[in-house]
Design a protein around this ligand. Sequence first.
Ligand SMILES: NC(=O)c1ccc[n+]([C@@H]2O[C@H](COP(=O)([O-])OP(=O)(O)OC[C@H]3O[C@@H](n4cnc5c(N)ncnc54)[C@H](OP(=O)(O)O)[C@@H]3O)[C@@H](O)[C@H]2O)c1
Length: 232
Amino acid sequence: MNGMPTALITGGTSGIGLALAQRLAGGHCLVLTGRGDGAGLPVDALFVKADLSRPEEAVETVASALRSAGVSSLSKLILNAGTGTYAQADAEDAATIRRTLDVNLVASVLMAHRLAPLLEEGRGRLVLIGSVAHRGSANMPSYAASKAGLTGLARSLRAEWDGRIGVQIIHPGPTRTPMHEKAGYDPGGLEKMFFSADAMADEVARLMETGRPGATVIFGARIRRLLTGKPS
Ligand SMILES: NC(=O)c1ccc[n+]([C@@H]2O[C@H](COP(=O)([O-])OP(=O)(O)OC[C@H]3O[C@@H](n4cnc5c(N)ncnc54)[C@H](OP(=O)(O)O)[C@@H]3O)[C@@H](O)[C@H]2O)c1
């Protein structure tokens, strides 16, 4: 890897994560994780295949890939990978609930702990991608619970890592990505109101620059984009 700071994005193969990777590409060495083979990614990156529904194994795979590539510091660890199911509370079986919690929450806790020394070395920052659903949302109970868990994780790590590693949590509002179809949710005409993945990544990148500990990207951001003539 060259002399640029390194940013790692989990779930960097699709949607918001990929759009964010494209924004960071100019000034960072990128490490992207996903479940596929990483073929055809439109950015230059070290790709690490790791299934976060098996969190312990995935975190070891990522740590070992970084070691092999000689990455000893991180300027950004963006825990963005996410999954969920659109279902009523009593319609999710235990395996589905566990998968959502493992990918969104358990893997994030383990990854943050495992890679903290690299963040400290790089005077870096952990960025958790939450969701507006962290406040609770009908028909996505496990997903909402996992994102509420990330809020607690951000607060805890901020206290624990105070002065050593920055911690941010950014909660995107509805965004047009493949996630909705994967979750079994058809937003219908509502989708027109959603942010594009590019617009959401612009907002996330802007918020990362501010260093604010927590932020939600919803209507204020849309209004700002309309006022500045940027498409949402
Ligand atoms: N879209 C929205 O409306 C919205 C709103 C609020 C928050 N968010 C959050 O934003 C983040 C990005 O979501 P997105 O909308 O960009 O969705 P997306 O396009 O479906 O991308 C999700 C990413 O997570 C990865 N991922 C999913 N399950 C995984 C697993 N088991 N192991 C490893 N990687 C896995 C996916 O990799 P594969 O390609 O291998 O599946 C993909 O790269 C998520 O945390 C999501 O909860 C999204």
